[in-house]
Write a protein that binds this ligand. Structure first.
Ligand SMILES: O=C(CO)[C@@H](O)[C@H](O)COP(=O)(O)O
Ligand SMILES: [Fe+2]
Length: 218
């Protein structure tokens, strides 16, 4: 089980200190938004480059952008741990996964709540992580869409059926109240923005979330 706090809910004027505050997490989740693929704008390559230079934990970059075919290699070349692009935005997702792996980054694909798991199953052997979005991408602090829960179960079953060991990440509305259920359904990598950064003691939040997600094995 891994916990990836999303720095979307961090203080953008103090990102280095905010990264230090989540040093006990497995990775920092970095939401890149372009105001085209989603109706919000966050940060891009130059900032991710500096985050990669100062971060003591791996970076998990979630690209919510148009034209990932152009941008994905540039993020991978920064040396980040993983790059997630959206299936809905990619022209050639298979080529992108292969490019990511050849550069040395973990390859991950995200699907929005309205995109069926069946759209991505063929690519499962080509990726290291599948991200099932549990909110509409674009903003932190939203409530988890309960209709996405069935997709977690389905995704876990498709992964298991193929004998794959890829991570199943959930992102959006993950809290202390639902993380245990999400783990039971089959998720093993949890993004949490407000459930970590809205609290003074981030280390405590991370350990609570880890413990609550803890005892399930897939
Ligand atoms: O990708 C996104 C939103 O599009 C997420 O990574 C959010 O940052 C999660 O925030 P919370 O729902 O956990 O507050
Ligand atoms: Fe995200």
């Amino acid at each position: 089980m891994s916990i990836h706090p999303s720095i979307l809910s961090a203080d953008f004027a103090n990102l280095q200190a905010e990264l230090e505050s989540i040093a006990s997490a497995d990775a920092a989740h970095v939401d890149v938004m372009d105001n085209h693929f989603v109706p919000n704008l966050t940060l891009g390559l130059p900032i991710v480059q500096r985050l990669q230079e100062v971060s003591k934990i791996p970076l998990d970059v979630h690209l919510m952008i148009d034209d990932p075919d152009h941008w994905v290699p540039k993020y991978a070349e920064l040396g980040v741990d993983s790059v997630t692009f959206h299936l809905e935005a990619a022209k050639d997702p298979l080529a992108l996964t292969r490019t990511l792996r050849s550069i040395g980054a973990q390859a991950a694909i995200a699907i929005k709540p309205g995109t069926p798991v069946t759209d991505v199953v063929e690519l499962l052997p080509e990726i290291d992580m599948l991200l099932v979005m549990t909110v509409e991408p674009g903003f932190g602090g939203q409530k988890l869409i309960s209709e996405t829960l069935a997709k977690i179960v389905q995704a876990r079953s498709e992964i298991r059926k193929r004998g794959l060991t890829i991570a199943l990440q959930v992102d959006g509305g993950v809290t202390e109240s639902n993380i245990s259920e999400l783990a039971e359904l089959g998720a093993d990598c949890f993004v949490a923005g407000s459930a970590v950064f809205n609290f003074e003691n981030r280390a405590l939040q991370i350990s609570k979330l880890r413990e609550l997600s803890g005892s399930h094995s897939h």
